[in-house]
Structure formats: structure tokens, C-alpha cells
Design a protein around this ligand. Structure first.
Ligand code: 0RA
Length: 683
């Protein structure tokens, strides 16, 4: 036990309590996931969540975070202040219990925190467990009360000395009605990786999200670290989820933002003293939604203040109810669909209904159950029916006469009817294409230089531009490597309709070459190649084309990505020849590293002349073979689902930035879509 610096006045009770915190120090990973930056961020979330919970319960409207120069972090709120009176039946204050006992956070006071996040469940004591020092200040009852902790032990800091003890010190008289909590802690870098850092951007975005969930709460982030943010960041949302939907909506709206809200009750069996007992619970539902002119769907969901990225019962209720409502009310007897109705093909699917939908769904109720490995999916069964009823009843009112503006109702109905028509039409086109492909003599695109043997060991290499296609064809192993040159514009599948994608010449050529269909009909078993290799220049345009290709594959050939069958070839940025040795580097940093290595003796840096590769088209056959074709020498990077998602986001952003300054756009693209990672994964 670490009691070396505690005086005899520190009692046995307290020492026993601190053993709980010792467990956290022995296995930090179990509590906060690790001891790197993510673990450090976890401590910050812990304090932020507590402050946001206080705001969400209606007791605070300000949450501030400060990153200090000395690597300490401070979170404050103007809520009720953590209780400072003696904890029932104990010799120490409630405040001390909060920071010294595991699982104590928010548990006292009964109903006060009954619908709080509680996902982490470990509470503020974990922060103290992993802090070298912590100072808690509570404003209430006309004074600021301070309790410090040094190496987890409670006490007071006096003139750079530490005196253990349980008593809070009144350090300042304040107005009777001023209340709040300030927690400042110094992470223990004996436990954390000294290189672990706080990502201030991530904090800002998490707090921004919290502001949408707690309308009226003002969040401020101040970065006083050297080189930190120049201006404090601050955010407040009055409109809550409606603001969130507008924040998430990209592109022109089809309708105004619609909101709905409701309250309902359900009973749940929970164990009380080992006996299953019915308890009555209240659940609040808040929803905001709008349709925009694009084709992407953005639906976010929350339970209390916790994001549920995997959805769950609340989202299931929303999805089902919205589809039912669209079919029964919005598109009832729609004239555009009259022809399809005759063939009974007029019903909207969930995908039709959610084309261009931006929505936020939030439920608030006590003790939510979570499912799934990452606990990011709501499991409480009764919530599905509750959300479903609120959505159906309230949105029906909005769509029916006397509800929302008629022009908006009509615009939504038109959009959804068109979505159905397009789906039915493109399915027809696809079927015709597949038929044609299997019937035609070769049925393959003219520009495809096919290989002789197909199957798992073969690959389709997508080459940017015609000039590179020539050397690629000559340098390949034509037994197993097929080359498909891309000439025209690759469609941006993140924003184009299915029909537009199927009409795009480059997309068509890709789908036909692979021969396994596209979209929902894609069948990986039919793929004529074992993998797809993207070969683009190492410049901005190359990055953009790679983004578009990945977006296309992500949306229309996803199983190829999931199976790990998609790669990107990495041509080097520079080469140089020193003696007989050729050096190739793939980034500016790597070039510096090679220079460092080569100039260790008395060779001069300026005597080494680097040649920059301007484009694939300028490489000769040997170079191309070395970099992109020969399995023994080339560098391939396997594209993960995450990479593809990132590429998709970048492709989306590219379009937004199209109207903007070219320099901004270039910067963005270089930063986001280079996908340059030196993980060599040769096959
Ligand atoms: C439980 C009861 C009461 C306040 C809090 C918790 C509280 C906790 C935190 C954590 C960060 N900021 C906080 N602010 C308040 C108040 C009980 C009462 O005095 O009525």
C-alpha cells in the first residue's frame, strides 16, 4: 500500500478504501482501455460526462474545460455542486467518497441522476486513481470548499506541502446562490505513456454534440498549452436536435426540419433484493428529421446523453414506423406511382424512405440496457414500441392537412416517389445488363486488357490514365493480371443516384469486368478476379480518383472490401541512385530519414539528387513493374473498411469544396485522401 506520505491521522478506513483505487492502477486497461492517449481521453470524458449529466438534469447551463500548460486538465460546471456533507454513516464527505470509491459516481441522491449516461459506470474515482494530484472545488452554501488529493489521498495543499485529512477547506466567501463544481487533475505519467496527449479537437466535437443534446447548455474549451488554440472554443445550441440535424445536413433541403416529441411509460422487471420486481419507467422521445436533395442517409441516435452508434430498439422503432407512415400516409394514392401500383411495385422500402434523410433520434429513460460488444446499441425492448407510436402519431399529423406546409409535404412525397421509381428502374437496367454480360461473345469492356487465368490468384489493376496503361500492359504478368485503364470521370457514388452510377462509363466498365453484379445484387462468388488493385498517381488528382473508386467499391461492391480483396499500389514519390543502389521513398519524411542514413559518414546531403515521380505515365516499363506489378518488389496497401469510409467522407467533402478556393481544396485532399501508410502488405 502506498501510505508512505500519510501521517498517523490517516485512518484505517480510508486506507482500505484506497485499495480499490490501487486495483485501477494495477489494471488501467480494464477501466479506461489503455495508458496511451485514448486512456487519457477516457479520464476527460469521465469528468465531462458528469458535468453534462448535471446540465442534462436541468441543474447547470455551463460546462467549461481548460487544458493547462502543466498538462493538468480542468472541468467545471455551474450545477448544484457535488455534495460536501458527511456521507451517510461515514466519517468522510460525499465529495471524498466520489473520488475514492469505485462506482460511487452519481449513485447517491437516488433519483437525481436516474437517467444519466452511466455507461462508463466507473465514475470520477478512476480519474483520481490515475492522477498524481487532483483538486476539487465546490461552490455552495456561500463558500468555495476545497479538497485536494495527492497520490489518491485526501487532504490540503499548504505552501507546497501536503497535509492528509478529510476536512474540506473554505477558501473563499461567495454569493449564497452561486453553485458549481471544478475538478482539476494532473495525470500520473508514471502510469500514462509520457507521449499520451489530449486531442482538443475531439473534445470540442464531443462537447458540441453534447450541446445539441442539452439545448441551452454553453460549453467552452480553452487550450492554454504552448501552441494550443489561440481562441477559446465555445458553443451553445438553442434548437437541440433540430440544430443537430441542420448541422449534419449537407446540401439543399427538400423540406424544413420536422420535430416530434412524446412521453410514454413501460414496466420492466428488475431484481430488487434478489427478487424480480416490476418497476414503472417513464421514457421521453425527441426526434428531428429532414430530407435533403442528396442520396446519403445520416441517422444518429442517442440514449440519454450517450450516442448509440449501433442503433438498437429506439432506432428500430423509428425505421419501421417511418416506412409504414410513408407508405400508408405520405405516398397513399400518389399519382407518380399509379403505374407501379398496377404491378404492386409501388411500396417504399426502408432504403427508399431514408434516401437523403438526415435524422436524430433521442430517448431519455433510467437504466438503459446496452447490447453488443462495444455497448453502443440500445437493448431495452419496450422502447421500440414507444418510439414507433410517437413517430407514427406525430408525423401523421404533420403530413396530414392542417400539419406542415403543403409545399413541403408535396416535395417530400415527390422525392420519395422518385426514389421508388429509380430503384425499380435501375433494378431493371441491372438485370438487363447481367443478362447481356453473360450472353455476349466476350461481353467485356473494350479497353480491358484481360488476363488468361481467372480466380482467386488473379487481379484486376485499375490504372489512372491511358499513358500509364501502355507500360502497365507490357510490364504485367498477363497470365493473372488484367489492366483496366480509367479515362473519363469516375462518378461520385456518395452523392449520385443508383441510376447515375450505372450510367457512368467507368463504373460500368468496372462492374462488367468484375462480372459479379453491383449493389445489393453483387455476388462475390461470381467475381472474375481475386483482388482489385488501384494504381493512381501519388498526387492530388490521383488521390481524388482513388477516393472516388473506393467510394464506388464501398457502395456497390462492399463484399470485396470486407473480404480484404481491395488494394492500393503505392508508387514512390522520389528516387535517387547512390552508387549502384536505387533508393525509393514514399513520403517527404521518409526521404529525410534516408538522407539522414546516407549522410552519416561524410557524404553531403546536397550532393544527393532526388528525382520526383510526376506521374505514372512517365515511368518506364521497368520502373512500373518494380513499383506496382512485380509481387516481389511492389508495395501494396490493403484497404480496410475504415479507409473506404474515410475515402467516402473525403469524396463527399470534395464536392462541397468544389465551389471553394482551390488551395483549401488541395490541402484538404492531400490531408484526407492520400491513404499513404507504409504498412507493406505484399501478396
Ligand atoms: C449528486 C447530487 C447532487 C449533485 C451532484 C450529484 C453533482 C455531481 C457532479 C459531478 C460533476 N458536477 C456535479 N454536480 C453535481 C446534489 C444533491 C443536492 O445538493 O441536492
Amino acid at each position: 500500500m502506498a501510505t508512505k506520505n500519510t501521517s498517523t491521522s490517516y485512518d484505517a478506513d480510508a486506507i482500505q478504501t484506497l485499495e480499490g483505487l490501487e486495483a485501477v492502477r494495477k489494471r488501467p486497461g480494464m477501466y479506461i482501455g489503455g495508458t496511451g492517449s485514448d486512456g487519457l481521453m477516457h479520464l476527460v470524458w469521465e469528468l465531462i460526462d458528469n458535468a453534462v449529466d448535471e446540465a442534462s438534469a436541468g441543474f447547470a447551463n455551463k460546462v467549461d474545460l481548460t487544458l493547462h500548460r502543466d498538462k493538468s486538465i480542468e472541468v467545471s460546471d455551474n450545477g448544484r455542486g457535488i455534495p460536501i456533507d458527511l456521507h451517510s454513516g461515514r466519517k468522510v464527505s460525499a465529495l471524498e467518497v466520489v473520488f475514492t470509491e469505485l462506482h460511487a459516481g452519481g449513485k447517491f441522491g437516488g433519483g437525481a441522476y436516474s437517467s444519466s449516461g452511466g455507461l462508463h459506470g466507473v465514475g470520477a474515482s478512476v480519474v483520481n486513481a490515475l492522477a498524481a494530484k487532483l483538486v476539487a472545488e465546490v461552490d455552495r452554501d456561500g463558500a468555495t470548499h476545497l479538497l485536494g488529493f495527492k497520490e489518491r489521498v485526501a487532504g490540503q495543499f499548504t505552501a507546497s506541502k501536503f497535509k492528509p485529512g478529510h476536512k474540506l477547506e473554505k477558501i473563499k466567501k461567495i454569493s449564497k446562490n452561486k453553485t458549481g463544481t471544478r475538478i482539476r487533475f494532473w495525470p500520473d505519467f508514471d502510469i500514462f505513456d509520457p507521449a499520451a496527449t489530449i486531442d482538443v479537437e475531439e473534445i470540442c466535437s464531443r462537447l458540441t454534440q453534447a450541446c445539441f443534446l442539452v439545448p441551452g447548455m454553453k460549453a467552452t474549451v480553452t487550450d492554454k498549452r504552448t501552441g494550443g488554440m489561440k481562441e477559446p472554443f465555445s458553443f451553445v445550441s438553442r434548437g437541440g436536435l433540430a440544430d443537430l440535424v441542420e448541422h449534419l445536413a449537407i446540401g439543399e433541403g427538400v423540406s424544413q426540419t420536422i420535430t416530434c416529441a412524446g412521453i410514454d411509460h413501460f414496466t420492466e422487471k428488475v431484481p430488487v433484493n434478489g427478487k424480480m420486481t416490476d418497476v414503472e419507467r417513464e421514457c421521453t422521445v425527441d426526434i428531428a428529421l429532414r430530407w435533403v436533395k442528396g442520396y446519403d442517409t445520416t441517422v444518429v441516435s442517442f440514449v440519454n446523453t450517450i450516442p448509440t452508434s449501433q442503433g438498437g430498439t429506439h432506432l428500430a422503432g423509428f425505421d419501421k414506423s417511418l416506412t409504414r407512415l410513408v407508405n400508408n400516409v405520405v405516398l397513399k394514392d400518389n399519382r407518380k406511382l399509379a403505374r407501379l401500383a398496377k404491378e404492386n411495385k409501388h411500396k417504399a422500402t426502408k432504403d427508399d424512405v431514408q434516401e437523403g434523410l438526415v435524422a436524430a433520434v433521442k430517448v431519455t429513460f433510467p437504466e438503459p440496457q446496452f447490447r453488443g460488444q462495444t455497448k453502443q446499441e440500445l437493448g431495452t425492448p419496450a422502447i421500440e414500441g414507444i418510439v414507433s407510436r410517437v413517430v407514427y402519431e406525430q408525423l401523421r399529423e404533420w403530413f396530414e392537412p392542417g400539419g406542415g406546409p403543403r409545399s413541403h409535404v408535396k416535395a417530400i412525397a415527390d422525392k420519395l416517389a422518385t426514389a421508388i421509381q429509380n430503384r425499380v428502374a435501375s433494378k431493371q437496367v441491372l438485370e438487363n445488363k447481367r443478362k447481356a454480360a453473360s450472353l455476349g461473345s466476350t461481353g467485356m469492356p473494350e479497353k480491358l486488357a484481360d488476363c488468361r487465368v481467372h480466380g482467386p490468384d488473379s487481379e484486376l489493376i485499375l490504372v489512372e490514365g491511358d499513358s500509364a496503361a501502355g507500360p502497365a500492359k507490357r510490364g504485367r504478368d498477363s497470365e493473372t493480371m488484367a489492366i483496366l485503364p480509367l479515362r473519363g470521370k469516375v462518378v461520385n457514388a456518395a452523392k449520385a443516384s443508383q441510376k447515375q452510377v450505372l450510367d457512368n462509363a467507368e463504373a460500368k466498365a468496372l462492374f462488367t469486368s468484375v462480372g459479379a453484379g453491383a449493389g445489393r445484387d453483387f455476388n462475390i462468388e461470381d467475381a472474375r478476379y481475386g483482388r482489385i488493385v488501384i494504381l493512381c498517381d501519388a498526387d492530388v488528382d490521383g488521390s481524388h480518383i482513388r477516393c472516388l473508386l473506393l467510394t464506388l467499391i464501398h457502395q456497390y461492391m462492399k463484399p470485396m472490401l470486407e473480404a480484404g480483396n481491395v488494394y492500393s499500389a503505392q508508387p514512390p514519390l522520389y528516387t535517387t541512385k547512390v552508387g549502384d543502389e536505387i533508393y525509393r521513398v514514399y513520403s517527404d519524411e521518409e526521404r529525410e530519414a534516408v538522407l539522414d542514413e546516407l549522410c552519416k559518414g561524410n557524404r553531403k546531403r546536397e550532393n544527393i539528387k532526388w528525382q520526383r515521380f510526376k506521374g505514372l505515365g512517365e515511368m518506364n516499363v521497368d520502373e512500373l513493374r518494380y513499383c506496382a506489378l512485380d509481387p516481389a518488389t511492389r508495395t501494396l496497401r490493403r484497404i480496410t473498411m475504415d479507409d473506404a469510409q474515410e475515402a467516402k467522407d473525403a469524396a463527399k467533402m470534395f464536392d462541397i469544396l468544389m465551389g471553394n478556393d482551390v488551395a483549401v481544396r488541395r490541402d484538404f485532399l492531400v490531408k484526407n485522401s492520400a491513404l499513404v501508410d507504409m504498412t507493406t502488405l505484399d501478396v
